[in-house]
Structure formats: C-alpha cells, structure tokens
Unconditional design. Structure first.
Length: 169
C-alpha cells in the first residue's frame, strides 16, 4: 500500500530520455499543444499506451467475444471523438498522441478562435474564463466529447465577455 496523501506517478519515463530525436519530438509537441511540461505529454502517452494495450489483448480472444469487446472499446473512443464508430482494431492501433492532444479543452479553445495563442488558451481555461455549457472548467487537459466541444464559449460572467475588452482588439 502507500500513503494516501502521496499521489502515484501517472506515466512512465522513456527508456532513453536523452535521445536527441525523442527530445526534439517532445519539445515540438509541448510547443505545438501548449503543454505546461513534458509530464503532461507523458500522461497522455500513457493513456494512449493503455488504449492500444487493451486493443492488442483483444486479438487473442474468441471471435464473438472479440467483436463485442471491440465494439465497446470503439464506442468509448468514438464518444470522445477520437475515432469513428466504424473503426476497427487496426484503427485503434494507428492512433497517435496527437489524436488525443487534439481533443483537449486547451486545444479546442485555441482552434475555435477564443484565444490568440495556444498559451493564451491555457491561461483562459485555468483562470476560469471558459465554460462548457453552464459549467466553468479550469482543467486545460480535459478531454472533450464532440457535444461538449460545441458548448465551449467565454464565461458570460467574465470581464472577457464584454466586446470592448482589450483582448479582442
């Protein structure tokens, strides 16, 4: 067991952390998606690793059980807009980290034009200027469903909601 107050690591470090190609790739993703640090990137990689691992485990199951569990996994990924409902196990195995990073709230705020830069999008989210429906969300790493994506907007109670605010000029 462990101490309740001490959180566990939610990611695995790479085997070769000082590989120049890996460092360059990680730095590119951190900059492109406005991540706070590489820990956020590695946490997303761990989510993808678990999804792909569960997909690989389905290959050894009997046919009828594999079909039902594949449908469950694909529907879960389709609910988040990562894959299409008609996707197969091969499509799950072809997923990349970028496909998950595209579904983050921070990225969607930037893509919708609510912020001028990806870093400003992160700041707007963490300061409570963004709402999904009527609920203020302060987690830039939250994965959104396509329904939630349509409801993302500036908080009406925020000073940014005014048209004459300097951010919009």
């Amino acid at each position: 067991m462990g101490d309740i107050k001490r959180a566990r690591k939610k990611y695995k470090s790479p085997r070769r952390p000082w590989d120049p190609r890996l460092l360059e790739y990680e730095l590119k993703l951190v900059g492109q998606y406005g991540l706070r640090n590489k820990r956020e990137l590695r946490r997303t990689q761990e989510i993808l690793r678990r999804i792909r691992s569960s997909a690989r485990k389905l290959f050894v199951l009997p046919e009828e059980e594999r079909v039902t569990k594949t449908r469950e996994l694909v529907s879960r990924l389709a609910r988040y807009g990562i894959l299409d409902e008609r996707a197969s196990l091969d499509d799950i195995l072809r997923l990349t980290v970028e496909s998950l990073l595209e579904r983050r709230l921070q990225t969607i705020v930037f893509k919708k034009g609510l912020a001028k830069t990806i870093y400003q999008a992160r700041q707007l989210v963490t300061h409570g200027h963004i709402v999904i429906g009527d609920k203020v969300v302060k987690k830039p790493g939250k994965l959104l469903t396509p329904e939630e994506e349509e409801m993302v907007r500036i908080n009406p109670r925020s000073p940014l909601a005014r048209e004459d605010h300097p951010i919009w000029k």
